[in-house]
Design a protein around this ligand. Structure first.
Ligand SMILES: Cc1cc2nc3c(=O)[nH]c(=O)nc-3n(C[C@H](O)[C@H](O)[C@H](O)COP(=O)(O)O)c2cc1C
Length: 255
């Protein structure tokens, strides 16, 4: 039995949550990074002996479109699968339902679903520092419950998860990172690590806003802090989200 973590995690919060869950299931696991444009998802196939943790962030209460198109190319082969939606303390809405439907269609066997919390990748003061020790303890408890479920062999015919179909609309957000021309040294790290190739390698100060998914990877990886968001637009979004997020939410397990 091999445990795989399959993540789309532009700023690392989703991967941290997946790793915490995986560690409670097995001492080692193999990682597949769906933000990596150099991998060919259609060459990856799993088998019924495998356990997969598929973790995605919630974007507007949906699975990011780029993650969906890469997940659709995998071959599940009957692998028992844990679905994970990681969100920034607002809401995950239809993310788990869309993830379940997508994975069902390519041969994964969903056995449990988790909604987990991580620092908001745009408004960093929301869920700041999460997942933290409290989240780690909750996710370790979920791993223990899931391990028992896997050992018992009780696998639901169809896993019930929250969400509605048709899924809510999400057409992206207008907030696109820009480059500070006086601090960018043109190293191209942002361009090579952009999950969608929105930054030209030969002109990393530019961004194709029609391609950019506002995932914030470029801001996170820039060694010179040269990528930034329009401060007025960020302040507006922060105010709106801080009002909408309320108090700290709990990680949830659906079996
Ligand atoms: C474009 C975009 C949309 C987002 N939409 C939501 C949302 O609907 N609800 C929420 O609670 N958090 C939302 N977030 C926050 C992310 O879900 C959260 O920060 C997640 O941990 C990011 O994953 P990552 O660190 O792996 O990139 C959004 C973030 C981005 C970049």
């Amino acid at each position: 039995m091999t445990v795989f973590t399959i993540t789309f995690s532009p700023t690392g919060g989703t991967k941290k949550c997946a790793d915490l869950l995986a560690t409670g299931l097995a001492p080692t696991h193999t990682h597949i990074d769906l933000t990596d444009r150099t991998i060919n998802p259609s060459s990856i196939a799993f088998s019924a002996d495998d356990i997969c943790i598929v973790a995605v962030p919630a974007y507007g209460g949906r699975v990011p479109g780029t993650a969906i198109s890469r997940l659709r190319q995998l071959r599940g082969g009957g692998a028992r699968t844990l679905l994970m939606a990681v969100y920034g303390n607002r809401a995950f809405e239809d993310t788990l339902l869309e993830l379940r439907d997508t994975l069902d269609a390519v041969g994964f066997r969903p056995v449990a679903a988790i909604a987990a919390l991580a620092e908001h990748s745009i408004v960093r003061q929301i869920a700041a520092g999460q997942p933290d020790q409290i989240d780690a303890t909750q996710l370790a408890d979920f791993s223990a419950t899931i391990r028992e479920r896997l050992e018992s062999g009780e696998i639901p015919q169809s896993l019930a998860v929250p969400g509605h179909f048709p899924y809510r609309e999400f057409g992206g957000i207008p907030l696109k990172p820009q480059t500070n021309l006086s601090t960018c040294n043109g190293c191209g790290k942002c361009a090579s690590l952009c999950p969608v190739g929105a930054i030209p390698l030969d002109k990393p100060t530019e961004t194709d806003v029609a391609v950019c998914i506002s995932c914030m990877r470029c801001i996170g990886v820039c060694p010179n802090t040269a990528r930034f968001l329009n401060p007025d637009m960020l302040a507006g979004l922060s105010q709106k989200l801080l009002a909408a997020c309320g108090g700290r939410k709990q990680n949830e397990l659906f079996l």
